[in-house]
Design a protein around this ligand. Structure first.
Ligand code: SF4
Ligand code: F3S
Ligand code: FES
Length: 244
């Protein structure tokens, strides 16, 4: 005989900053858990059957686009990769802190990510000589390519930034997502930037020296990126530069 299905209560922090009549409030929705239910499925069911006004973001439903990140019982995570059976019957959802709130669970991580990427100039900087296509297309050592690929797995979900105490105090802090990008471009032999140039970009309290090694970022990254190792690598490099 099948076990009876659980009754879930999902409480969502609701607020629309563009609506003058809206005030922040928790709204609770009851629903029956289904086999293999994720928070993505649960939220869609709520929107379809109970409340079409509920706002949240999803694109890929497969942990790839990073758009469904939210606070799940107070901890940043991806709604599409979170099974309700791993949570208790009372679930609280809130928008990711640190980003512009659009409404309810929808935040504008893209705007913040773009500004951070522009500040860190997260693209390959090649010299004119390197722009010779034959040089750019030289095969890369497979182990190095693998290490770069590992860091490129970041989906810019914002979970690391939302979990970071420094980010709450310093709005211009680049966060673990930014520090991971720096580590990625430091590894890339096609990038011609010197240590001095990197120091200018990231050797400040909004960069590597703002990080207090709180490691919330490392604990919540849904792609399990080695953030702790990357941050230590950049800090050693930049600290040596600062002393030299
Ligand atoms: Fe998300 Fe991890 Fe990238 Fe941070 S480093 S944005 S937690 S994938
Ligand atoms: Fe924040 Fe991670 Fe540093 S949580 S303080 S970026 S180790
Ligand atoms: Fe794309 Fe969840 S919907 S990561």
């Amino acid at each position: 005989m099948n076990a009876p299905r659980r009754a879930l209560n999902i409480s969502v922090l609701r607020f629309n900053p563009r609506d003058p009549d809206s005030t922040p409030r928790l709204q609770t929705y009851g629903l029956e858990e289904a086999d293999g239910m994720t928070l993505f499925i649960a939220l869609n069911e709520i929107r379809e059957k109970q409340d079409p006004s509920l706002q949240f973001d999803f694109v890929c439903r497969a942990g790839i686009c990073g758009s469904c990140a939210m606070l799940i019982n107070g901890k940043p995570g991806l709604a599409c990769r979170t099974l309700t059976k791993l949570l208790g019957p009372e679930i609280t959802l809130a928008p990711l802190p640190g980003f512009e709130l659009i409404a309810d669970l929808s935040v504008n991580t893209g705007k913040w990510m773009r500004a951070m990427s522009e500040r860190l100039r997260t693209w390959v900087h090649a010299t004119e000589r390197d722009l010779d296509l034959r040089r750019m297309e030289e095969p890369m050592d497979p182990d190095l390519a693998e290490r770069i690929y590992e860091l490129d797995r970041c989906i810019e979900c914002g979970c690391c930034f939302a979990a970071c105490g420094t980010a709450r105090m310093r709005p211009d802090f680049v966060g673990a997502v930014g520090l991971n990008k720096i580590a990625r471009f430091r590894l890339d032999p096609r990038d011609s930037r010197s240590d001095d140039e990197w120091y200018e970009i990231v050797g400040s309290d909004d960069g590597i020296f703002g990080c207090m090694s709180l490691l919330g970022c490392h604990d919540v990254c849904p792609k399990s990126l080695p953030l702790q190792i990357q941050i230590a690598f950049i800090r050693r490099r930049m600290a040596a530069m600062g002393l030299s």
